[in-house]
Every structure is written in structure tokens, then in C-alpha cells.
Design a binder for this molecule. Sequence first.
Ligand code: SAH
Length: 470
Amino acid sequence: MNPVPNGKSQDKKSIGKNIEKNQLAEVVIQDMTENGEGIGKLDGYTFFIKDTVIGDRVLVKIIKAKKTYGYARLMEILTPSADRTEPRCPAAGPCGGCQLQSMTYEAQLAFKRKKVEDHLRRIGGFLDITVEPVIGMKEPWCYRNKAQFPVGRDRDGKIRIGFYAGRTHSIIETERCYLGRPVNEQVLAIVRTWMNRQKIVPYDETTGKGLIRHVLIREGRATGQVMVCLVINGKKLPAAEMLVQELKDIPGMTSISYNINMEQTNVILGRQVVTLWGEDTIEDQIGGISFRISPLSFYQVNPEQTERLYGKALEFAGLTGGENVWDLYCGIGTISLFLAQKAGKVHGVEIIPAAIENARENAERNGFTNTEFFVGKAEEVLPQWYREHGEKADVIVVDPPRKGCDPALLDVMLQMDPERIVYVSCDSATLARDLKILTGENRYQIKTIQPVDMFPQSVHVETVCLLSRK
Ligand code: SAH
């Protein structure tokens, strides 16, 4: 990185010998953080630069400086990297949803493979691990079957519906999200007109006042069924009939509801859902199994890749027909039912009661009689069950949220002595941490690490990992 003489630097704050705030500099991006920021070096200092790609030669302005590192803003791309491409979405820069739109899809997949590898090495201590190439999508756009749009106001008081800007809660107006389904735009246009006409007030995070917080939209890819759920800071939705009248004519509309969330919190959904029109759930199919999904339930957002992910989980489970299987963090029982096709018995555990209701219903509707579902924390349900029954498992599958598995759960999993453990992870850092524990006493070894790209254009990566007993 070469300093470039700079005229105006009102706020001269010296970082190193030759570096000052507001100074312009030329830099070649050498690496990337796991959050997708480019890394450049200047006089031994490390600078993080958003919207850059490894290999770019860029002109940047130093905007923030700490003792050993700082942040710079991209001013001009001098020579673009071979991995650079034109972002499809005009809001790709400011929007917090996508971090990698400036990268070719091939480079995104390589970035994700390296991210998983780095975590396994650095956090797990697995130095000579091989990570399989990431399973990508043919067409890495319009894949999301779910969108949650925050609702607020702009400075002039006009209603704003869109997405949060990176690391903030200011809403960028985005009429079209390139990851989302076309039906979203139709729904948002109706909600916006209805709010304006009926003088319905958007929620204001700073005061905790106002009504409409989020618009949640889900579409069943295989069925075309659409669900709309308005998250509100109140117990009743005024002028609901007018809204329903407009929304119900959208092709595929199956469920219209609102969710009550009166807490001043970043958590999007409250616990209570009130159905205004249609069904409480929508239906979708993955791999020939049909699933009912309620607004509160977790359901994978990328149906095409979900089929590949679950297919890998099933392959890794190596079932032959008689196995005793546990599926922990089972949601609405998606993986459980995939496994139940080939297992003796599958037990699912999930913390959200509505999801377990869906799971039981899904099992019944698909004709499974070899499944049993439990509501509760996996780290409490499984130890208690094992204490009472003392029954070992043949295969255990876990699919925890980003924070990974509770140590108490890992401990009882090891006691249950399964032949194989299949770990499905949406955060390779906690995966690496948990794999270190599972392989700790030299009883289990990692067989395969297979990342699947569930979230193209973002830095997130899903990984499915097979462990087998030595
Ligand atoms: N396997 C499912 C869901 C995975 S997402 C699928 O593929 O669709 C993780 C799930 O874990 C969510 O449904 C979440 O509600 C649930 N969960 C979070 N903490 C939990 C805990 N401590 N015990 C059990 N389930 C939990």
C-alpha cells in the first residue's frame, strides 16, 4: 500500500509514522476477513476495506484508526481483480444482506471453502484436514423462500420498507431484493399502500412507539403457496380486512397473519401468531416429503440447496433400515423425516413447541410411524432421556443454530456411543470448536467435511460433517 499525498485532512490523527486519518492511499487487496472485507497493508498496519476483492488494486481513504489496525473506504478501483464482477443489485454496497456480490460465484465458493478450512485449523486444531469443494448453485439468485422486511420511516416521515444497512438499523429502501422471490414486491406494494391509506404507523425502534415492525413473507417453492405475516407492536391489527382483501388475490396466497411483538428488542418475532385469513401454515415439499410450516418455525431458506444438504446428511448417516437415530435441533422435522425413510426409529428434539407440532403433523401426513418428537432444550431432553432409558444410539444428527452445541449435549452424545455422528452447521467457527470436543478422547474421527452453499452472495456457509467411531 502506498500513501498518496492528500490535500484536505482536517481531522489529522496520526496512526503510524506515515499514516493519517483522511489520507488517501493505494493498496492491493491481499486477503479477506471471514465477513468479506478486503485486507490491505500499509506500513505494517492492517486495513479493512469493504466492497473490495482479493487482487483489486484500489485507492482508499483512511477513515478510522486503532493501534494496530484501521478501516479505509474504497474510493476508486484502479485495477480490478480477475475475481471481480459487477454486483447485480444497486443496493449491494450499503445493504447488509449481501457481502460478496462483487465477487464471481466461483471465487465466492473458493472463499467459503477456505473459511471453513481456516476455522477448522485455527479453532479446531485440525491442521491437515481436507475440506471438500463447496456444493454450489447453478443459478445463485432468487433462491430465498423467506424474507423479513423491516418497516420504518425516512427523514421526511415517509414509510420505508427494505433491508437494514450493514451493521446498522437504518433501513435502505429496496423495492427488489435479488435473492428473494418476485412475490415479495407485490406484497410490499400492497402493505405500503394500505399503511398510507389507513394511516397505519410504522414502528420506531428508538421510541418503542408505532405499530408495524416487519413484514415476513414465505413461499413454498414446490407448492407455490405464499404466507404473509405482519409483525406488530400491538395486540390488534386495525383495518385488517382492507389488507386481507388486497393480499388474498395474490396467486398462491394461503396464509395471512400477524405476530405480536411488543418487546423493545432486536428479536424479530414474538411468540403469538393470529391468523387473519386462510391457513395457519403453508406447505412445501423437499425430496418428495411434504412439510407444513408456521410463521414461527425454522425452515431452510434455500429449497434447492436444502435438498442437496439433507441428501448429504442422509448419505453420511449410512442407514440400512434398523438404526436407532436421534435428530437434535430438528425444527419441523425435516431432517428427521428424511432419515426416517431409511431408519428403524428416529427421535427429534426441538425447543419451539409450534415447530414440534408441525413435526408431528408432518410425520403423520407423510405416513411415518417410526418417529417420536420431544419439545425442549436438546441439552436437557437428551441427558434426561438417557438417564431414564440407558439406550444407546446408532446415529446422532445435530443441526444447531450458530452458537453450536451445548457442552452438556456433546457429553451425553459421547456417552450414547453412536457409530456415526452427522453434524450440520451454519457456523464453521462453532463447528470447529465442537469437533475438537467430539474428537477429543480419540474415540471419533472426522471422515468428511462437505460445505454446501445455502446462501450465495453472502459470507455464510453451511457445512455437513461426518464423524465415525474409531
Ligand atoms: N434441522 C432443522 C432446523 C435447524 S435450525 C432444519 O434443517 O430445518 C436449528 C433449530 O434449533 C431451530 O429450529 C431452533 O429453534 C432450534 N433450537 C435452538 N436452540 C435449541 C436448543 N437448545 N435445543 C433444541 N433446539 C434448539
